[in-house]
Design a protein around this ligand. Sequence first.
Ligand code: C2E
Ligand code: CA
Ligand code: CA
Length: 427
Amino acid sequence: MEKMLTGMKKRNMEDFLDKLIIEHEAEAYVAVSFNIRGMGNINAQVGLESGTALMRAYVDGLSKIIAPDGIVVRADGATFSALFRKEKLDEVINYLKRTEVETQDGNLRRSISSHAGYYILTDKCRTYKELVGILEEALRAARSHVDSNLYAFCDDEILKKISEAKRIESMFRDAVDNEEFMVFYQPKVETKHYRLKGAEALCRWMHDGEMILPFRFIPVYEHSGDIVELDFYMIDHVCRDIRRWLDEGREVVRVSINLSREHLGDKNLVEEIVQIVDKNRVPHEYIEIELTETSTEVDYVELKDIVKRLHEAGIRTSIDDFGVGYSSMNLLLELPWDMVKIDRSFVPLGTEDEEDKKRLIMMRSIVSMALALDIECIAEGVETVQQMLLLKENGCFFIQGYYFDRPLPVEEFEERLDVLTEIRQAQ
Ligand code: C2E
Ligand code: CA
Ligand code: CA
């Protein structure tokens, strides 16, 4: 049984596609990538061996439908890809949506369904790698459907998104070399005295006189892996600014920098960060690293190690987007964080709305829990005076948000530092 599942090599599909292209047959074909839903649950209920038998029966059934001139291969886990003739499309859609399958020995029956992303081959798709990218997006679209539709077709919008991502990916090297990525600083304000207390460094891409926001390029670079270099670039540029401010005799505040999850797994991460900071002769206390929660056990162990070692190096850490992730409670208890950043979805607006009242309860508990654990609290995305006062009333005295400031270009941020310098000199 295992033999059959592992025997379905991706390589076979690559050869199959090459042959279709050479023989000008590709346009008669449809490609699909599908992911069996709830396979983890099925395995937990019937055991791994029976689960695999069910999965095999399901995939065998598809093989029969698309035979003799189709192919199905296993991508990984419960995700498979197939190529089959267009005439079979309706039948395949119905089958993958939901089918009752039985193991070969007849001992077990189960209804199995998949999310599926389809792509009707055109002459636009020239390589297997391209096809894989397209199917990945189509499957993602299928999974993100909120309705009961379990499948999606790769449409022009998806193709546009893929080619835009490719374009952005190909621009990375030049953008770094030309220093097109800029650090913007969003002030963090302490509300007991309404004084600038710190800043978050946020990346902005200046290209051809246009400012490109992170949502357009960060996900692309997370996918391509370039985010790792971009984050180091940001740390370096922040350190250069801090060094210059110190040399100019300015009052300096601590700056926090975002670190993508893609860094988890880099055993030298902490050394690399420390090296950049030291190279710029910046005292460690001025740097804070923002990390987000993780979803897997392996990531958790690595995150724990990173936070601990940064702490030992005297570099502060904060949990970003607190509350929206997975393992918040353990994370808070077990790691030596300095700061919790309460996500804006937990910042109450101060209305009578039921939803908002719940938000207030959540915020209150996060604040009191963090303070009891001796961890500082900052609320993000604060836009109104009501929000700011409500946070203050409940013990959260650090605020970051449009109410005080948007992320500012360095020259404007320096004016804020100058106010601090002036206050110090006047005192
Ligand atoms: P984030 O780390 O959660 O950063 C906060 C985001 O909220 C920023 O968006 C900021 O401009 C925005 N924001 C701040 N105050 C308000 C407010 O009052 N209202 C609203 N609606 N939004 C507010 P931005 O700069 O577009 O960045 C988006 C995300 O991109 C960041 O979310 C972060 O995850 C990522 N990012 C930005 N720069 C970097 C970077 O250098 N490295 C990495 N790895 N990620 C970055
Ligand atoms: Ca952040
Ligand atoms: Ca955040």
